[in-house]
Write a protein that binds this ligand. Structure first.
Ligand code: ZN
Length: 297
């Protein structure tokens, strides 16, 4: 039996009823967004199991999984959208990536986690992804897609497509021929997510320069034979680094005060790196599947 394409119906409903212009709580900007919170949550919950599976499943270690989820939850709770059903998953993949689905489902790969050296850096990565969710970047991208693909939506309404097909059409991410399709964020969205990530991590007392260190980790890895997958969905232009440097200098002039803004290297070593080293090799290496494709450029 074919599933009712409820997403289509609800999206069209909000499109017609609300017009979708509102002020985002995290960024303070007016934005056109036709994806309401309940739709975000439904889409994220629907796509999350597929995402986890296509990246080798969750890492087979209770202690690592709870370490990541606990830190993520702390960041989410100091964000502007603490009440979403947040969930932070570390996937058993050696690719370097982190990503977020609408509604608060956030992922980091084991391949990226192993390159980090402090809890503050992990907070930077997760905080950045939380920022994409609180700023509703995915909803905005999808709204644009909805406008562009009005015809496709019309067909979907006619009952020819399932929710799953629609998620595919909208590029939120699902497995297609072994590759994962993901939205590619814009440069300004990346900078905004960086800024929000720094906001959340410093609220918890983490050193904001850890966010810059993460960019160096990614920049270094991009010189190797396999550029980090992260960079195909989260572009890293020089402007992003410069904007972040400026923000840190202006807003956190005492960033060098390590008592006020610690990194927690040791705790990361104990709770992440040592534990990861004990596990068998990552299930997913990304070598068989095609490179993730960005749906929009
Ligand atoms: Zn990003």
């Amino acid at each position: 039996m074919r599933k009712t394409p409820w997403i289509v119906v609800t999206l069209l409903g909000s499109l017609l009823l609300t017009g979708g212009c509102s002020t985002n709580m995290a960024t303070g900007q007016r934005q056109l967004n036709m994806i309401g919170t309940s739709q975000e949550v439904a889409m994220g919950s629907e796509a999350a199991p597929q995402f986890t599976k296509s990246y080798g499943g969750a890492v087979p270690s209770d202690s690592i999984r709870s370490y990541v989820n606990e830190l993520g939850m702390k960041l989410a709770k100091v964000s502007e959208r603490p009440d979403l059903p947040w969930e932070f998953t570390i996937v058993d993949s050696s690719v370097l990536n982190a990503f977020a689905l609408p509604g608060g489902k956030v992922f980091i790969s084991r391949g990226l986690a192993v390159k980090l050296t402090s809890e503050a850096q992990l907070a930077g990565v997760l905080g950045h992804e939380v920022g994409h969710v609180t700023a509703q970047h995915i909803g905005q991208q999808m709204t644009q897609a909805l406008i562009i693909q009005g015809l496709g939506i019309g067909l979907a309404v006619a009952g020819e497509q399932t929710d799953n097909d629609l998620l595919k059409v909208l590029g939120v991410g699902t497995t297609v021929g072994g590759g994962v399709y993901m939205l590619k964020f814009g440069r300004d969205q990346e900078s905004q997510a960086d800024m929000l990530g720094v906001r959340y991590m410093t609220k918890l007392g983490y050193n904001p320069t850890a966010q810059l260190q993460v960019m160096n980790v990614l920049a270094q890895a991009s010189k190797g034979p396999r550029p980090p997958e992260f960079l195909s969905t989260h572009p890293l232009p020089q402007t992003r680094i410069r904007r972040l440097e400026k923000l840190i200098k202006e807003k956190y002039p005492d960033y060098n005060n390590l008592e006020k803004y610690p990194f927690y290297h040791q705790r990361y070593e104990q709770r992440m790196l040592r534990e990861l080293a004990r596990l068998p090799k990552a299930k997913h290496t990304g070598e068989q599947s095609q490179k993730p494709q960005a749906a929009y450029r």
